[in-house]
Write a protein that binds this ligand. Sequence first.
Ligand code: NDP
Ligand code: GDR
Length: 375
Amino acid sequence: MPSSDSGSSFLLMAHANLMVTSCMAKRALIIGVTGQDGSYLTEFLLAKGYDVHGLMRRASLFNTDRVDHLYHDPHLAGAKLTLHYGDLTDGTALRRVLHTVDPDEVYNLGAQSHVKVSFDIPEYTAEVVAVGTLRLIEALRDHVMHRGRLVRYYQAGSSEMFGAAPPPQSERTPFYPRSPYGVSKAAAHWFAVNYREAYGLFICNGILFNHESPRRGETFVTRKVTRAVGRISQGLQDKLYLGNLEAQRDWGYAGDYVEAMWLMLQRERPDDYVIATGEAHSVRDFVQLAFAEAGLDWQRHVAVDDRYFRPTEVDALLGDARKARRLLGWQPQVTFVELIRMMVARDIDLARRELAVNQAGFADPARGAALAGGD
Ligand code: NDP
Ligand code: GDR
C-alpha cells in the first residue's frame, strides 16, 4: 500500500508535538469505545498513563458494560476516562469532540461491524463505515490545520477487504471484498490513504484479521459457540444452530491486537500493516475444540441452519503479518487453543451465574431465546 510522500511535515510536527506534550499525559480519543476492541484499547492506554476520551452512541439501554470497570465518577478527582456522546453519522458532533478533546491520537474503531447484518442494512453500514470515516478524517484535517500540531490517527481496517483474494493475504494483496461491510471498509481504507497523501495527515490503516475474546459480541461465530458451550454444559440449552462450518479464519486475541494499533501510531511515519497470527482454522475446528474443552461432543448439539449462510462468503483468510513483526516488533502472545480455553471458561462461569439466578426463581427466558437465535 502506498504511504505518504510528504514525510518531512510529519517529522516537523512530530518534533513540535513532542516538545509540547513531553510533560503532559497524552490524550487519546477512541471512536467505538464501548466495543470489544475499544474496551481493551482503553485498558491498554490507561495503563500507559494516557487520558482516554471515548465517543459513545446514545442508546435506550446502557451500552457501556465493557468499559464500566474503567469508568470513574467525573466528579471525583483523577478520572482518566471521559465519555462523550457522538456518532459517526453526525459530523458536527465529531468536530466538536475533536475540538474539545484536542487529542494526540485518534482511534477510529466505530462500525456496524457484523458482516452478515451488513447484507440486511447495507446503506446504514456504508453510511457509518465508509462515509463516517470520511466525515471523521475531514474533521481531523480541519482540526490539524487550525491547531497546527500533529494528531496521529488509526483506521480500523479489516481482512474482510481481501474477501475472495486467495490466502495468504499481505499488505500487497489486492482487495476483493464480498459484503457491503467489506466494500465499505475498503472505501474507508482508500479515503484514509488519500487523505494521508493529499494533506500529509498522520494516518495508519491497520488491516486486522479476526480477533476474539470473552468480550466478543455474542453473534460473532466464536462467541456464539462458546456462549452455547457454557449454557449447554449447565443444561440451559441443548442445540446450537450455525451456518457455514467450512470457512477458514485467522483468529487471534483482541488484547494482543490493540497493542499493534498503538505501535503503528508510535512510528515516525504512518503506514499500513496487516495484523494476524499466520494460522488458519475452520469454523468446524473451532466448534469441535470449544465443545471438547467442556467435555462435550459437538455433533450431539450442533445443527446447520441455512439462515446463517451469507449471500457471498469469504472462504479463507490467512494473514501474512511479517511487516508488522519486522517494523513494529509485534507478535501475538495468545495461541488459538488458549483463546478458546479463555472464552469457554468465561462463558461457563456466565452460564453458572445464569443457572443460579434461575434456581433462585429469577429466570429470564427471553435472554436465552435471543442467544440461541443470534446471527
Ligand atoms: P464492535 O462491534 O464490538 O464495536 C464497534 C463499536 O462501534 C461499538 O462501540 C459501537 O457502539 C460503535 N459504533 C457502531 N455504530 C456507530 C456509529 N454510528 N457511530 C459511532 N460508533 C458506532 O467491534 P470490534 O470492537 O470487534 O471492532 C472494532 C473495529 O475494528 C470495528 O471497526 C470493526 O469493524 C473492526 N475490525 C474488527 C475485527 C475483529 O475481528 N474484531 C477485525 C478487523 C476489523 P455500540 O456499543 O453502541 O454498538
Ligand atoms: P466475520 O466474523 O464475518 O469473519 O467478521 P463472524 O464471526 O461473523 O463469521 C466468521 C465465519 O463464521 C461463519 N459462520 C457464522 N458466523 C456467524 N456470525 N454466525 C453463525 O451462526 C455462523 N456459522 C458459520 C461465517 O459465515 C464466517 O465465515 C468478523 C467481524 O469482526 C468483522 O467486523 C471483522 O472485520 C472481521 O471479522 C475480520
